[in-house]
Design a protein around this ligand. Structure first.
Ligand SMILES: CC(C)(COP(=O)(O)OP(=O)(O)OC[C@H]1O[C@@H](n2cnc3c(N)ncnc32)[C@H](O)[C@@H]1OP(=O)(O)O)[C@@H](O)C(=O)NCCC(=O)NCCS
Length: 231
């Protein structure tokens, strides 16, 4: 399946919002997500947008009506190949878009392996299967920079080059604007993603330069702002 990487539109914000929540679950902090798709629409699609976003889109012909998958799918017991196995069965499946496809489904008491063709069929409920959200920052040492806030590919679509496509497109967009840096943060325990970025050439500046991430929020931010010198 060819997945297309393109700039997000206002109409993609519901899908982006869904994936922001999925990423937060992956990052073990789902309760931290307060943003709504309306806020994404307001902040990303205004005169001076706060962010830009790229999405990975599934071709039209692989989609069904929003919110469910309704299709015949071939499933095979774990380890066998669906098309060569006599035990293959044909099932009628209806999943809501938020169905967790990684629950332990079984057939004849064996764990089922979702084949690649099955995961392609699953995509019918999801027009957008990945995103990269970024914005511009400025380094007083180096100048124009682009900051990658989120990079996410839905589990069924990983390992197919989509993450690399999104990441390299952000690099291309940044280079076109004369950015000399692409920077991001990744959680310490997220070894798969750290390895992914390292494989693409990212330097770990926490290790080499010792930076810590700091944040003001809530009352602390209010207090700080209230202490500002009056104009
Ligand atoms: C990280 C993520 C975006 C990568 O997307 P993906 O579509 O699975 O990655 P790709 O298929 O494009 O992989 C591209 C390349 O990276 C390599 N790669 C992927 N995962 C890797 C890993 N864990 N370790 C080393 N290399 C890896 C692939 O082998 C491939 O190499 P190639 O270019 O030599 O063929 C995706 O796994 C994801 O969404 N993870 C969960 C969310 C997350 O952690 N996001 C980052 C938050 S900072």
């Amino acid at each position: 399946m060819n997945v297309k990487v393109r700039p997000a539109t206002r109409g993609d914000c519901k899908e982006i919002s869904r994936m922001i929540s999925e990423l937060a679950v992956y990052e073990k902090m789902p309760e931290q997500v307060k943003i709504t798709h309306e806020e994404l629409e307001r902040d990303g699609f205004c005169a001076n947008p706060f962010f830009e976003c790229l999405v990975a889109e599934v071709p039209e012909e692989h989609r069904s009506k929003e919110g469910e998958v309704s299709t015949e799918a071939f499933l095979s017991p774990s380890g066998s190949h669906a098309h060569n196995d006599e035990s293959v069965t044909s099932l009628f499946l209806i999943f809501p878009t938020n169905h967790n496809k990684h629950t332990s489904t079984t057939f004849r008491n064996q764990p089922l392996l979702f084949t690649d063709s099955f995961s392609q069929l699953m995509s019918r409920g999801f027009p957008i299967v990945g995103y990269a959200l970024y914005f511009y920052t400025y380094s007083t040492w180096k100048g124009r920079s682009v900051y990658l806030e989120d990079l996410y590919v839905m589990p069924d679509f990983r390992g197919k080059g989509i993450g690399k496509g999104l990441l390299s497109k952000v690099a291309e967009v940044g280079k076109k604007k004369q950015c000399v840096r692409l920077q991001l943060s990744v959680l310490d325990w997220n070894t798969p993603s750290r390895d992914f970025y390292a494989a693409k050439g990212a330097q770990d500046i926490t290790a080499s330069e010792g930076w810590r991430s700091l944040r003001f929020v809530g009352q602390d931010l209010d207090n700080l702002a209230n202490e500002a010198p009056k104009d």
